[in-house]
Design a protein around this ligand. Sequence first.
Ligand code: NAD
Length: 501
Amino acid sequence: MTADLSVARICADAATGLAIGGHWSAGSTGARFAVEDPATGATVAEVASASVADAQDAADASARAFASWRTVAPERRADLLWRAHDLMLEHSDVLADLIVLEMGKARREAVGEVLYSAAYLRCYAELAPHAGGRTGPGPGGSGRMITTRGPVGPCVAVTPWNYPLAMPARKLAPALAAGCTTTIKPAEQTPLSVIALQRILEAAGLPPGVVNVLPTADPDPVTRVLIADERTRKLSFTGSTAVGKLLAARAAERVLRVSLELGGNAPLIVFADADLDRAVEGALEAKLRNVGEACTAANRIYVERAAIDEFSDRLAARMEALKVGPGSDPEAELGPMIDAEQRARVVGLVDDAVSGGARVVCGGGALPGPGYFFAPTLLRDVPDDARVLHEEIFGPLAAVRPFDGEADAVAQANATEYGLVAFLFTSDVDRALRVADALETGMVALNQGRVSNANAPFGGVKASGYGREGGVEGLDDYLATKYLAVAVEPAPEAGIGATPE
Ligand code: NAD
């Protein structure tokens, strides 16, 4: 078992980067699109771009492969995931370099992403033989009720650019464990990590067609074909709420199972009784992980009035001290943003807040290029209607606002259409549990700046989506329950099993 992986090889082979039915190709049209290094703006690879004809081929391959993959013993599916896990760790340096190259994050965060991705392979290798089901007596006492859980069917996965390896791993691992096949369409900005992941799965023994990879410059028509195919049974989407709504509406036409991991606008709440050291470090991590380009990023920081000056000064000092630079620089703690468009959007959020009266405590805007660097920025005195409080920021910018008491903190935190995660810092256990209950989010992190791990159910409520990824809940999303009603005839002797079911 070996995977011949190097950054140069993945970049060169990207021109034949469509994996359909076990074959790599340049696609039916030969069209390509460029992948850029966000630290320099230079093109690093030309990637094959899938057409609607390729999408149809992938749907065929996925459906064909499903017929046999669903019958493969769960333990054998687990074996594949274990081998892929080991290969991923063996090639963690190459994978981290690829993530840095196409997405820009600091290398140590890229290494963290590889480990996080491998953890999903491990989690679902362990869970593959535990699809479960239950048995019990019928309500009349004589029959039996048996439920089994089997794979939903061929799936379509659409993933974003911010975690180019982890988001695909988080979808493919439970799908493989459950016995589903998948056609995955990565984000245009970051297809290289998925191509590398497919190479790893192949080296681990992936049968042809069980996973198909469709990079494309034209996601709308390609995903339309995949969703419309009558054999597709599930759509799993991670990305913006706007695109999630669009794809969910299309999936509804086909009554597909849908999982949506969408945008966030996380509040981070600091009570005056909190350990401020932990709160500052937690806020730094929750805000600036992944250059702030994370769905879980703390956008809105609410601090109890008595602590707001000290907290803001300390957080600003930590933010200013961070070294911003290319992800490939081992000293860099914060890489570039993904592209010029995202950076301009965040500049616009700062300008909007400042024009409404906000004060810049540190940072303030774009840094000189090449590359799309942005100074970590903290705002205070942000007006209620500032866009920065209502839109997903997706960059290294945060707004600090005061609150007075629990009810005010909860009201401000919940004043958003999003509901993915909230961060809460307090040393009062009763308060922690009360406030956690009152927050309208799928996840709450208490006294820490991170929430996700492969064994936990990751996901949101409200406009942040539905469905869960990670842990047993993540496997559930790829399984369908079948109920078998078993008749047990009563014994001929009177009185035994009186009511047949
Ligand atoms: P995006 O919605 O623009 O793109 C996501 C994916 O959808 C990409 O693969 C893209 O090619 C595809 N896409 C875009 N338009 C499409 C269309 N019309 N038809 C079909 N496919 C289309 O999001 P993004 O900018 O890549 O990623 C950032 C977003 O992802 C943020 O909102 C972030 O919060 C969210 N995100 C959520 C989670 C989570 O788990 N909740 C995790 C990571 C990122």
